[in-house]
Design a protein. Structure first.
Length: 478
């Protein structure tokens, strides 16, 4: 572990303010205590001290500042911002102006670990790409008999407590959100930006530009040495244009190096589909077949792109023969086009992760049929006109629920392609009733798809809870 890190020295010699006492910050507090820091936890929830773990930390000298004025007293030292806290909150901004250091659990991990970090961000496809990257590297470590692969960030376990056991032979695969990246001053060694489209605009007060800028932090700092990105996304293509890093472009739409890599980026690599195979090519290094598309168990062009990105970021580290067996066996990550069951000839898919219209677009593209779809949830500030067009052209029936149900219905009705005779749209406020309504509409041979295109926070704690509730209802059908 890199204990000579300047940030680590600041942590040991300053008051550490931990904002929020959630899942990732509890191991952070324990880590800080272990290394002799003076710790103050700030959280709005006044019930925290009823928990055994909080009382244990308090007995070890941790001070808890709770309630409405929980951000008071942040006047210096090191501030650990949880992803949900905007850095421009007045109390945080004032403390930083007065000399406080603003950081995060993830940034401290980046500073301390000896493992090589592979970071993945984007609007869609992060988790599947992260999982594949981890699986490829894990298989390689097992093959060579040394080193270990870890996975964390938005998925897996908090990585900071594991930093002490990581070595230079290890790999850390980290999924990173715009919230986490927003204030990062350190980048992973290799990075993927899967794509960028409007997302989380309810939180990013600076709008789409702020969201893009946050994502860009994944490749703007040391020790960034490589970027993998989407040739078909206008925003990521522009990021690649302006980057000095070696680039690998991926594309599921074009099938040649010259069509994918711009003239001013000759010498970079391209990974694409040609003749039913995933091909990696460089201008001078020739063309190499990596994988037959038919071997990929996951459906959809977006999953083909996820494979391309994961293959590209692990290029040079993972033996080629390890990839096809994983592709043939890997059935996907929970809540992402997850087949729940087939009943009376109807297949039920849980894609609760689809919290934006672009995710729903990808799910519909992958299915290859017109499903009965369940949409709706909490608004993220993203327009629904594109979603409406997808629904009008690609589904058999729409069941709308949650806070955005009426808004989405209004956009569907404004869509020029909308024909109420051909596309029934039903509003059902209760989520469970909405699932039952979708069942009543579906007939043998149909698909029922939960793809909300919205967040879950109007009715659930997170998308996992929403997806699990959907699966519970479906599995109780007789």
């Amino acid at each position: 572990m890199n204990t000579s890190s300047r940030l680590f020295q600041d942590v040991k010699n300053s008051v550490c303010h931990v904002l929020g006492f959630g899942k990732s910050n509890r191991p952070l507090v324990e880590f800080l205590i272990k290394h002799g820091a003076c710790v103050k936890v700030h959280d709005k929830n006044t019930e925290i001290l009823n928990e055994d773990i909080a009382r244990e930390y308090a007995s070890q000298g941790v001070e808890f500042i709770l309630g409405e004025s929980y951000l008071s007293g942040i006047d210096g030292g090191v501030i650990f911002r949880s992803p949900g806290f905007r850095p421009d909150l007045p109390e945080i901004a004032t403390a930083v102006r007065n000399g406080a250091i603003l950081t995060s659990e993830m940034e401290l991990f980046f500073e301390l670990t000896d493992a090589k970090i592979f970071g993945i961000t984007g609007s869609d496809g992060k988790t599947t790409t992260t999982t594949l990257t981890y699986m490829f590297l894990d298989a390689e470590c097992k093959k060579r008999g040394r080193g270990r692969a870890y996975v964390g960030g938005n998925i897996g376990v908090p990585l900071l407590p594991l930093a002490e056991q990581m070595t230079k032979d290890d790999f850390a695969v980290v999924e990173l959100s715009s919230f986490q990246l927003m204030t990062m001053r350190r980048s992973p060694s290799r990075a993927i930006i899967t794509n960028i489209s409007p997302n989380h605009l309810d939180w990013h007060k600076g709008g789409y530009d702020e969201y893009i800028s946050s994502k860009l932090n994944i490749c703007m700092h040391k020790p960034a040495s490589m970027l993998v990105t989407n040739a078909e996304c206008e925003v990521t293509a522009e990021i690649a244009r302006n980057s000095d890093l070696p680039i690998t472009y991926f594309s599921s739409k074009k099938s040649s190096y010259d069509a994918i890599v711009p003239p001013y980026k000759r010498g970079c690599k391209a990974i694409y589909e040609k003749g039913g195979a995933v091909v990696l090519e460089s201008e001078y290094g020739g063309r190499e077949k990596i994988l037959s598309v038919s071997e990929i168990k996951l459906p959809g062009r977006h999953n083909l792109e996820n494979y391309m990105a994961a293959i590209a970021i692990t290029d040079g580290y993972v033996s080629r023969e390890l990839i096809p067996p994983i592709a043939r066996e890997f059935g996907g990550v929970e809540h992402r086009l997850e087949l729940v069951r087939e009943l009376d000839g109807v297949r039920y898919y849980n894609s609760s992760i689809d919290s934006s219209p672009s995710r729903t677009h990808a799910a519909l593209s992958a299915l290859g049929c017109k499903p009965v779809i369940i949409c709706g949830g909490k608004d993220k500030g993203i327009p629904f006109d594109g979603l409406a067009r997808d629904l009008c052209s690609s589904v058999k029936a729409v069941v709308l629920t949650g806070m955005t149900a009426t808004t989405i219905k209004g956009e569907i009705e404004k869509c020029p392609e909308y024909d109420p005779e051909k596309l029934p749209v039903t509003l059902v406020p209760d989520f469970a009733d909405a699932v039952r309504t979708a069942r009543d509409i579906a007939t043998a041979g149909d698909v029922v798809l939960l793809s909300p295109a919205c967040t879950s926070f109007d009715a659930f704690k997170n998308f996992e809870e929403r997806g699990n509730y959907f699966k519970k209802i479906v599995n109780e059908f007789e």
